[in-house]
Ligand binder design. Structure first.
Ligand code: ADP
Ligand code: MG
Length: 227
């Protein structure tokens, strides 16, 4: 396999309850650079818990998580936050675009949290390049509300790409889209994968899973590779 981006080793996540809930049960998972992985599973199986761990939003109770070779479980909060900002682009079901800002301004805002140096003009140029990459540069000056769902999600993906992440982590990215817009977003994932990006998609949808290069189904906190 290619150089690993994600290496989970024997990761458990237990929530305190009577009895405790083991949402992730000794999960060992490797994702190589350039992989396109879909994670599926029934409600309550541990998908959100896994996404939160992979996205450095939550910590495993036990086990190891290396992201780009960095052991994350022992990092302090500040270092974890920086690693997250540098290495991970998030895409959610709800696009989370600010309605009173233009599309390009929304994409530029990604860098406010990243403390990347440069003038507004340079930031705008980077945002335009990201919009170009996802095929919605012609909508740059529109309000997000004037875009189709698929265009909005592509703009949200442009925002996620601004930090040149190692990993694009997507939570039900087509959950709000009709079939035509779903196809547009899946086509974009195919393209990005072709450019070498590593993509992990959590999804309920059969057709989304079918497009990924690799599928893992999680049941009761235990993932299993699917053919
Ligand atoms: P999914 O996203 O696949 O529906 P989750 O990861 O949300 O599943 O949940 C996995 C299991 O962990 C479920 O049994 C859920 O009830 C439990 N769980 C999730 N979060 C918490 C929490 N904060 N406290 C207690 N139990 C939780
Ligand atoms: Mg969930």
């Amino acid at each position: 396999m290619a150089e690993p981006v994600i290496e989970l080793t024997e990761v458990c996540r237990e929530f305190p309850a009577q009895p405790p809930v083991r949402a992730l049960d000794r999960v060992t998972l490797r994702v190589g650079r350039g992989d396109y992985l879909a994670i599926t599973g029934p409600s309550g199986s541990g998908k959100s818990t896994l996404l939160n761990v992979l996205g450095l939003l939550d910590r495993p109770s036990t086990g190891s998580y290396r992201l780009d070779g960095v052991e994350t479980t022992t990092l302090r909060d500040g270092a974890r936050t920086r690693l997250r900002a540098d290495r991970i682009g998030f895409v959610f079901q709800a696009f989370h675009l600010l309605s009173h800002r233009s599309v390009v301004e929304n994409v530029m805002l990604a860098e406010v949290y990243r403390r990347r140096p440069g003038t507004i003009r340079q930031r705008r140029a980077r945002a335009m390049a990201a919009l170009e990459r996802v095929g919605v540069a012609h909508r740059a000056d529109f309000a997000p509300g004037l875009l189709s769902g698929g265009e909005r999600q592509r703009a949200a993906i442009a925002r996620a790409l601004m930090g040149e992440p190692s990993l694009l982590l997507c939570d039900e990215p087509t959950g709000n889209l009709d079939s035509r817009n779903t196809e547009a977003v899946l086509g974009l994932f195919d393209e990005l994968r072709g450019q070498g990006l590593t993509i992990v998609v959590i999804t309920h949808e059969q057709e989304v899973g079918a497009r990924a290069g690799r599928r893992v189904r999680i049941t009761d906190g235990v993932p299993a590779e699917e053919a």
